[in-house]
Design a protein around this ligand. Structure first.
Ligand SMILES: Nc1ncnc2c1ncn2[C@@H]1O[C@H](COP(=O)(O)OP(=O)(O)OP(=O)(O)O)[C@@H](O)[C@H]1O
Length: 314
């Protein structure tokens, strides 16, 4: 089990992370979600042992993991970090890159393992291609396969699919996260991608300015989203006074995602004017205004600019 207890961390006197605590069991996947600069990579680097934790502790089972001052080569051997600048050898082939991390005692076994990893990252057709001739996304997949080669117990992925197109990304994510589950490999991903976190993680840790905003299963986190920052990761945000939807006079700010506002046949206090309809495949995201406020909602049809309609809260 990994037990992370970061009381405080800063690169200098300025505190970057504060009070971040989580535990993970074999095969579990934690997605750390948050805006750029909130400290996601720093958490991964602390766990991996690249940075010295100022206050707090990181345990693997009952062993206290010590930072870089205690290791000649930073980084714990049972973990692998796939960073944003991926570590691949350009002048050898994809298969050779992966094989550099295998035992090399049994070449038949190694060859089977290379094929297995090429399948996970969907690079079979590029097995014999020199890495220097690959695209950025393909190099990123080689880096993933290399990280998996000697069966880490914990995989730390920093924006692992940032260079990969949507079509391949979906397949790769399914392959990779299924492989990790089947092999009971624990995984922490740092990501901006809320769809990925919702679909694949067992738990989501939402960070803001180095502190925990929310932490829990995807279902709990999604149902507890409250502020514009929190909801902003999951869609366009509309902020409206609550008395628009009730007869109460006391009003507070309501933060709503597009699916929470729907057209109403009856007259409501929320009459909006359509500005633009954005095609989203099987629905339209409608941008409208109420007074000077921007309002987003979902509609099955494209609505013309200047159409007026009433909305209610779902
Ligand atoms: N080596 C460093 N020295 C000093 N400050 C640093 C260093 N690395 C990161 N920081 C600062 O720490 C904060 C957190 O950075 P970090 O890279 O962890 O954020 P992040 O959430 O991973 O961002 P992104 O999503 O853009 O990768 C930022 O303010 C960053 O400027």
């Amino acid at each position: 089990m990994l037990n992370v207890s970061i009381d405080s961390f800063g690169y200098s006197e300025k505190e970057i992370l504060k009070d971040i605590h989580f535990k993970l069991n074999a095969g579990e996947h934690l997605a750390i979600l948050g805006e750029s600069g909130c400290g996601k990579s720093t958490v991964l680097h602390l766990v991996y042992g690249l940075l010295h934790l100022n206050r707090g502790s990181i345990h693997w089972d009952n062993t206290l993991l010590l930072g870089p001052t205690h290791h000649l080569i930073p980084g714990e051997t049972f973990m692998k970090l796939v960073a944003q600048e991926f570590n691949v050898m350009p002048f050898i082939t994809v298969a050779e890159n992966i094989a550099t991390h295998l035992s090399r005692l049994d070449s038949d076994k190694d060859a089977v393992r290379v094929q297995e990893l090429l399948t996970v990252v969907d690079l079979i057709p590029f097995e014999n291609t020199l890495v220097k001739n690959l695209s950025g996304g393909q190099k990123q997949r080689v880096a993933l396969a290399k990280a998996l080669a000697n069966e880490p117990k914990l995989l730390l992925l920093d924006e692992p699919f940032s260079n990969i197109d949507t079509f391949r990304k979906n397949k790769l994510r399914r392959n990779l996260f299924n492989y990790l589950k089947e092999n009971k490999i624990m995984c922490i991903t740092a990501t901006h991608d809320s769809d990925e976190a919702l679909a694949f993680a067992d738990r989501i840790l939402l960070l803001r300015n180095g502190q925990e905003e929310l932490c829990g299963t995807p279902e709990t986190v999604f149902s507890n989203l409250k502020t514009a920052y929190q909801k902003g990761f999951f869609g366009e945000v509309t902020i409206l006074p609550s008395d628009l939807f009730s007869s109460e006079t006391a009003s507070e700010e309501l933060v709503l995602l597009p699916h929470q506002l729907v057209p109403s046949k009856a007259t409501t206090k929320l009459e909006v004017t359509v500005k633009k309809a954005y095609f989203r495949g099987h629905y339209y995201l409608i941008e409208a205004t109420w007074n000077t406020q921007v309002v987003f909602f979902i509609h099955s049809e494209e609505l013309e600019p200047n159409t007026t309609l009433f909305l209610q809260k779902q």
